[in-house]
Design a protein. Sequence first.
Length: 128
Amino acid sequence: MNMALICMGRLKEKYWRDAANEYEKRLSRFGKFEEIELPDLPAVEAQICEKEGRAILQKVREDDIVIALCIGGKQLDSVQLSEKLTQFGDTGRRVVFIIGGSLGLSPQVVARANFKLSFSPMTFPHQL
């Protein structure tokens, strides 16, 4: 299964980068994994989500299956997530996870998502 992660901002601390690299290595057993980190964009707060959304959607391919990580998404346990990823992976299309910036995802990105996923009703630091 081909997968990608598109996220706003970069992991700056070495220990977070090392952790991300370890998980990327583990995922590589199952297929190609691509991480696309987009730079934080300077803007007036009201425009940030819109600009980030455009930048994100430029990296999304027409046939991608998009999973938006957002508070309003569905919470799954590990088995359910595994089943969902298997279902998406069996299509042969690239599965793309999208993490927004500190203000969340634009409505355009959420609308493009094939599935909305929430890990928790809490907001986590970007690195997690």
